[in-house]
Design a protein around this ligand. Sequence first.
Ligand code: GDP
Ligand code: GDP
Length: 455
Amino acid sequence: AAEEGFDIEDVEGAIEEAGHGPLPVLAVVGRPNVGKSTLVNRIIGRREAVVEDKPGVTRDRVTYEAEWAGRRFKVVDTGGWEQDVLGIDASVAAQAEFAIEAADAVVFVVDATVGATDTDEAVVKLLRRAGKPVVLAANKVDGPSGEADAAMLWSLGLGEPFPVSALHGRGTGDLLDEVLKALPEAPAQTFGNAVGGPRRIALIGRPNVGKSSLLNKVAGEERVVVNELAGTTRDPVDELIELGGTTWKFVDTAGIRKRVHLQEGADYYASLRTAAAVEKAEVAVVLIDTSESISVQDQRIITMAVEAGRALVIAYNKWDTLDEERRYYLEREIDTEMQQVSWAPRVNVSARTGRHMEKLVPAIETALAGWETRVPTGRLNAFLGELVAAHPHPIRGGKQPRILFGTQAGTKPPRFVLFASGFLEHGYRRFVERRLREEFGFEGTPIHISVRVRE
Ligand code: GDP
Ligand code: GDP
């Protein structure tokens, strides 16, 4: 490496940085208007989380990456909740429950200028039951005079209240220091039962695509429809199902079961549920309803799984409804709308008739195998050497950037670091990714490529 102009420490640092596994998850929960979204913005250091939160405008994005004191983690923002879907207490509880379920640690935000309310007390109960580490943020303490209000929140029994002003930033550094103490290095969800435990599948998709039907079909039994309000009981949320001689864990299946009160206007709830399931899973099976056109919402759900770095299978459901004409147009839609995930294994199924159910498990296994693939450094560099010789980067400004060497820094999903003599254009990076896929497979997995340029 040294003769190529890279310092060995730079190389090791880059590999370590690129090789990080799944990040631990922090959930920010609390009543509406206590300042959750404002705090999330502070934590992620960007202004994009809250985009003019008009009532009724739903947001799809609920997870963000953050970094504090050199540690990276994910933040789940629950601030976009629509209160009118359920009663206020039930909605806060349901929202908190989902977020807590997916999280490794929780920041519970209370408005110190209001003090602890009954709803706050209800969330405290949930937090106790969940047993996750909690950091209590006493928000809207904009100046020293508010510190006394914050101290009142010791009464919640969650330990020390951290007085903060999410709006002005006061105290948020101390809060984040505490958050880092509470967060594990790696997410328990992902590593906790990685060895020998059942593989974790998230079955996701728009409402009515057939998730619960498919789950019932593969489980070989009709499942009881759960009618009670979200959050009023604690169902076991994960389901162990034996398929093809192997036990799989379908995560967050309670969210798949019908909740009659949550049909319309619950988009945000659906997004949060999807994000929670994806965080807990290793592989996402995204269901598409082929009786309708592929929608932006379908694509957002796929993007969520890809951005979370999960293995991906796409199941085209309701195949029984297709006539020849619709099928023709469907294939064209898939070619155009699904091009960016053309690497994902595809199964054409019907949860109603059971068509091709037996193809689901092999597709999931293929995706997980791709997700875990590790390319030895020697093979990778032989491949890169040939690629660079056969397809050099275009000359720019009289210079020709070259890939000098590379290594795979991690798996689940595969992460590569390429070391180059100059900036590699987007199109060339895409080309390298395509060739990597052609050479090494990576079916069913996103791959990350980061490029280090010699100074
Ligand atoms: P959420 O519903 O819990 O996500 O709350 P928001 O983040 O949307 O904040 C609700 C309102 O409280 C907004 O008007 C914010 O500007 C305000 N707010 C949030 N944090 C603070 C704070 O630290 N101090 C003050 N004074 N206002 C705040
Ligand atoms: P979920 O909201 O994604 O869980 O969807 P459901 O499983 O509740 O299914 C929504 C509707 O689609 C129900 O009326 C199902 O009977 C129907 N459905 C599900 N799968 C299929 C399928 O493969 N073919 C047909 N024709 N209908 C289906």
